[in-house]
Each structure stands twice: as C-alpha cells, then as structure tokens.
Design a protein around this ligand. Structure first.
Ligand SMILES: [Zn+2]
Ligand SMILES: [Zn+2]
Length: 199
C-alpha cells in the first residue's frame, strides 16, 4: 500500500531579509535554507542578549534606588520642589531685592528659614520663594529684606507661624518619594502652562 501524499504548498521564508518562496521538506519548516536557519538562531541569540542587558540595567536601577539614604531622597525631593517654586514664582521678582521677573540672571529657590537652621521646614512651600542667585548665595537670603516682602506675599500670620515653628518633623523615605513624584508632575504642568502663555 502506498500513501499518496499531497505535494506541500510553497511557503515564504521567515527570515525578514530573505522572504524567498520555498517548498517545505519537513513539517514545520519555516526557513528556506540552512543559511536562513542559522540566521534565525543569530537573531534569537541577539534578542536574548538584549533582554538580558535590559534586565541587568533594571536590576542596577533597583539596587541603586535601594542604596539611597534618607538624605539622598531628601536631596532629590528638594531639587524637584525648588524647581516647582521657581516656576510657581515665575511671574514674580526676587523675594529679597528689586530684581524684576524679567531679570536675565540665575534664579534660585531661597529658604526664609534656612535648611541648616530649620530642616523641618526645608520642604515647606511658604518657607520657599524665588530669589535671585545673588541674594540667595551671597547675602544668605538677604533676610532683612526677605521678611517684609514675604509678609506682603503670604501674610503676617503665616510668616509668624514659620518663625515660631519648632516641630520635630522627620521626613521619611516614602513621604520624600511621594513628594518628589507629585512635584515633578506639578512642575511639568506649570512649565507647560508658562510656555503656553508665552506663545
Ligand atoms: Zn530564506
Ligand atoms: Zn535678589
């Protein structure tokens, strides 16, 4: 007894750069030649290598994040909030001198009560205001002039609250991370709005 086999239908080679038409000799044959078979192996190997490298990078990122101290997280949150404050006050001049918003120099975020003296207020938005780099860096905030302007800006009650506040606040890592995430978003939105208004 002979089994009549239907001739196999031609297929297209799976190798993207080949795509030659061929008649499969074996069940499930997907490539036209040994050369193309080898090519698919190489592609597979490259894919595996790439995904391994990516997993490695993710792993490094996770480990780096785990190694960060509370101080590192505080610093990162501070950077983001400082930026937010500069954007929030974009339309204002220096809190401590007469430089107008149009001044072309560098703007800083100046703490009314310094980070060194009142670390618990280092992320307080009333305590943070845009100032020119000169007042912030060279005149330590130019505090004598800062105060009356801050009273004008947020009111005497809030300024007094800042001055009297001696709360023992410890910013924990989850809080700092949340703060960083929230203010990154807020800063982005503010920046987009400012660009919109300028256009
Ligand atoms: Zn082929
Ligand atoms: Zn200034």
């Amino acid at each position: 007894m002979t089994i009549e086999r239907k001739p196999a239908k031609p297929k297209k080679c799976r190798v993207a750069t080949c795509r030659a038409s061929f008649v499969p000799q074996r069940l499930g044959q997907a490539v036209c030649s040994p050369k193309c078979a080898l090519a698919t192996v190489e592609v597979q190997k490259a894919k595996e290598k790439k995904s391994l490298a990516m997993a490695g990078r993710r792993d490094i990122k996770v480990r780096k994040e785990a190694l960060k101290s509370r101080a590192d997280h505080a610093k990162e949150a501070q950077t983001v909030i400082n930026r937010y404050v500069r954007l929030r006050d974009a339309h204002l001049g220096c809190i401590s001198c007469n430089k107008p918003a149009s001044w072309g120099g560098q703007w800083h975020c100046s703490h009314f009560r310094s980070v060194g003296a009142a670390a618990h207020l280092r992320l307080n938005l009333w305590n943070m205001n845009k100032s020119c780099s000169q007042c912030n860096a060279h005149l330590s905030g130019n505090i004598m002039v800062y105060r009356p302007r801050l009273v004008e800006k947020i009111g005497a009650e809030k300024v007094e609250w800042l001055e009297c506040n001696q709360d023992l606040v410890r910013h924990e890592i989850p809080y700092l991370k949340r703060l960083k995430a929230v203010f990154t978003k807020k800063a982005k939105r503010l920046e987009a709005r400012i660009q919109c208004n300028a256009a």
